[in-house]
Design a protein around this ligand. Structure first.
Ligand SMILES: [Zn+2]
Length: 288
């Protein structure tokens, strides 16, 4: 899809499922189940939507999905259904892994960093051999000191090989990754979680990552149980969603199983509403 001087595409890396209670925190199931119904194991079915931003200065990929280093048992637990292969992750958009210049990872949880590396001849190597990977320094450091509650979401083997290959840029705060493509630290989900803000020719957009994972999370109080700082998340969401609605930004949801991008508005009851773009803007089949 054209976006100023940029070309934007969604790459749907996989489908997976997480416990609905954990996805919606203190929101009662009677409410969230109407928006994102759970399966018989109480899991909500979601996607890993990577955002490809092709700019005149280079190609940026936002997130890497879950990757392919999962046991049969783990795949069953997460209802994991791969839709791409790590050796050719951008096949759906006609590009090679070598074509990516920059990869942004919002935070290092396995459903964001799992596809950052792949196994070749028994060795883990960066999936995108020519890319610099932009990761927050604070997130990287936290992943090594996470306590029992936070630890289960981190697998250092997802990102250590990037450092060994000299492909990591540890960013300390907000940063312009490519002209018009910025990372902005939000916190909330993890202490150094970052979103991606992008603009070209007056068009503005944001990839919310796990601050607003699906269109069912657009009310600020609908914060995930997974968040490390849920009260902060509520304020961060009000701020970012408010700006996006008032300035008519394109908004992109990382785990939305339907059409994952569109525009926001604020209705007369002061609640956010999401209007998805048409399905023709995607180059992928949407699971219903
Ligand atoms: Zn996630």
């Amino acid at each position: 899809m054209k976006f100023g001087d940029f070309e934007l595409s969604i790459v749907r890396e996989c489908m997976f499922g997480l416990d609905g209670g954990a996805m919606f925190g203190v929101v009662p199931k009677t409410l969230w189940n109407k928006l994102l119904p759970a399966d018989d194991e109480n899991r909500c079915r979601m996607a890993c939507n990577l955002l490809l931003i092709e700019t005149p200065d280079g190609r940026v990929l936002v997130e890497t999905g879950m990757g392919d280093r999962w046991t049969e048992q783990e795949m069953q637990r997460y209802g994991h259904e791969p839709l791409t292969k790590t050796e050719h992750m951008l096949a759906d958009v006609g590009l090679k892994n070598e074509d990516i210049d920059a990869v942004i990872i919002s935070h290092l949880h396995f459903d964001h960093a799992g596809g950052a590396v792949r196994k070749v001849d028994g060795k883990l190597v960066p999936t995108f051999p020519n890319a610099k990977y932009y990761i927050q320094k604070g997130e990287w450091e936290f992943s090594y000191k996470a306590n029992a509650r936070a630890k289960a979401s981190y697998r250092p083997e997802d990102y250590e090989p990037l450092e060994a290959a000299g492909q990591v840029v540890l960013v300390d705060g907000d940063h312009e990754v490519m002209p018009g493509v910025f990372v902005r630290v939000t916190g909330g989900h993890t202490s150094h979680h970052q979103v991606v803000y992008f603009e070209s020719q007056g068009e503005k957009g944001v990839y919310f990552a796990d601050i607003v994972p699906t269109k069912s999370h657009i009310q600020p109080a609908w914060v995930m149980g997974y968040d490390h700082f849920p009260l902060a998340s509520c304020d961060i969401k009000s701020d970012w969603l408010g700006r996006a609605a008032r300035e008519n930004w394109l908004v992109v949801f990382d785990h939305e199983p339907g059409v994952p991008w569109g525009r926001l508005s604020i209705n007369e009851k002061k609640r956010f509403e999401f209007q998805a773009l048409s399905e023709d803007t995607l180059k992928l089949p949407i699971a219903r």
